[in-house]
Structures are given as structure tokens and as C-alpha cells.
Design a protein around this ligand. Structure first.
Ligand SMILES: [Fe+2]
Length: 271
């Protein structure tokens, strides 16, 4: 059974030199055949150099998805171009959506898409909450209205969901255990049950309904497979069995204190 090293929401733009040193040592000294990153590694201006820092520390393949913060200060288009160029220059660092199905062992497949909070859970028009995405990511900042911004987010989420559907179709054909890395939790069940983020007004900003629908559908159609979702975004550690063969883990995170964890993939969702 493969053991992986994984993390999310490192937000390395908030990490001190000492915190980076500690992270480097922790990655170097922790077991795991690959490093999987569930988004929000940094901000656009330093994303590729921060990914290289992680790959240098890991000295093993790095598979990542992008989080909303990874686009801050730039555009989705520019960031995607930058990470594709990075993967060409450093083949051990792969952005998962175009990388396709990565086999972790003979029966375990890894796929990933970024995911975007698409306002399909909760009410995106009456919530009093707002993310900085609306002003710090070019494509989302451009429309001047809430409806316009939501339209862009839904288009991004739907494109990711469509890609994920294709990837899952390929993954279930080759492995019985499917690991899905994505940034935004695809299920409302994975949100915090207590505290500030438990307010229903956060749901439109914390869940990607489009990817969730695709994953639920795949899990229901393949009851002889197990599906494990690794995500981030809420910074609140959560481990939930969504359905009998579908488990979702959210990485806990704190700004300025980046960390990694190991996970033994022992058949996935069934505890
Ligand atoms: Fe984050």
C-alpha cells in the first residue's frame, strides 16, 4: 500500500525564513513516495519558485493543484501558463489536471483538478461574506457585478468538473482506489461543523458543487472502488465519510506555520 506525503494551504508567502527551514526539514525527513499539494501554496508572483523550493526539499515527485490564492495578483491564464512551463522545465513537478492519471501503485490512481467555489451550495446572492478572489484574480475582478463574478467562477468550476469526469473515467479503468486532489472541498459535509465557517453564509464560498456532483456520481457508479478526496481551503482539519466508498479529508492549516502529513492509502474510504 502506498504512503504519500501531502499538504494544503501552505501559504508560503506568509512563512518566515525559520518556518521555511522547519518545513524543508520536515518534508525531507517524512516518509511518502510522492508529495501531493492541495493548493494555496503561495501567491502568483512567487508560486513557481515556492513549488521549486518544495520539490527540492521533497526530492521525490511533486503533484499539485492550484488554489485560489495561487492566482492572487495575476490571472488564471497567466498562472496556468507559468506552471505548465515549470512542469516542462522540472518534470518532477506536475500540475495534476494536465498530468492525467498518475499511478501510485498497481491499484491506486491519483488525479486532480483545482476546483472553484461556485456558489451552488448556500445562497451566493444573499451571503454577506466575500473572498479576496473578487478583486485579486484578474478574470474574476473584471466583471463589475456579483452576477458577473459568479458567472466566471461557475465557468471555471464547470470546466474543472468536466475535466475531472474524464480523469475519473480513466482512473476507475485502471485502479480500484482513486485519490482525488482538489483545493476547494467538493462536499458540504466536509465543512467545519462549529466556529466561524460553520455559518451557512460561507457555503457558497467554500464548496465546489460542480466537482462534488461529478465525484458523487463516480462513487455511486463504482461501488467496488474507493474514492478519497484530499482538499484544503477551509484550513480546518476534517475527515468525513461522505458515502460508503467516498471519504474526504481537509488539510488543517495555519498562516505562517506550514506543515505536511503522511497518509497511508490502505483501501481508501472504508474505515
Ligand atoms: Fe488557504
Amino acid at each position: 500500500m502506498p504512503t504519500i506525503l501531502w499538504t494544503g494551504d501552505l501559504h508560503l508567502d506568509h512563512a518566515s525564513a525559520a518556518a521555511r527551514d522547519a518545513l524543508r526539514a520536515s518534508i525531507r525527513d517524512t516518509a511518502g513516495s510522492v508529495l501531493v499539494i492541495a493548493g494555496d501554496t503561495s501567491v502568483a508572483a512567487r508560486l513557481t519558485s515556492d513549488l521549486e523550493f518544495l520539490a527540492d526539499a521533497a526530492a521525490r515527485p511533486v503533484y499539485f493543484v492550484l488554489g485560489n490564492h495561487d492566482h492572487y495578483g495575476s490571472t488564471v491564464a497567466h498562472v496556468r501558463d507559468a506552471v505548465l512551463a515549470l512542469s516542462e522545465r522540472r518534470p518532477e513537478i506536475q500540475w495534476l489536471p494536465p498530468a492525467g492519471v498518475m499511478m501510485l501503485d498497481h491499484d491506486t490512481a491519483l488525479v486532480g483538478v483545482d476546483g472553484w467555489a461556485d456558489g451552488r451550495l448556500g445562497d451566493p446572492f444573499t451571503t454577506q461574506f466575500v473572498l479576496n478572489d473578487d478583486r485579486l484574480i484578474g478574470e474574476i475582478a473584471t466583471p463589475g457585478t456579483r452576477v458577473g463574478k459568479l458567472t466566471v467562477k461557475r465557468a471555471l468550476a464547470d470546466a474543472d468538473a468536466h475535466r475531472l469526469q474524464v480523469l475519473l473515467g480513466r482512473a476507475v479503468a485502471t485502479a480500484r482506489q482513486v485519490v482525488i486532489a482538489t483545493h476547494v472541498p467538493p462536499f458540504v459535509e466536509a465543512l467545519p461543523r462549529m466556529g466561524r465557517l460553520a455559518h451557512p453564509g460561507w457555503q457558497p464560498l467554500l464548496v465546489c458543487g460542480a466537482t462534488g456532483a461529478v465525484i458523487r456520481q463516480a462513487a455511486a457508479a463504482h461501488l467496488d472502488h474507493t474514492f478519497l478526496v484530499l482538499c484544503g481551503h477551509t484550513h480546518t482539519p476534517t475527515d468525513v465519510l461522505v458515502t460508503g466508498n467516498l471519504r474526504c479529508i481537509v488539510a488543517g492549516a495555519r498562516y505562517g506555520d506550514p506543515g505536511v502529513r503522511t497518509l497511508e492509502l490502505n483501501g481508501g474510504a472504508r474505515h
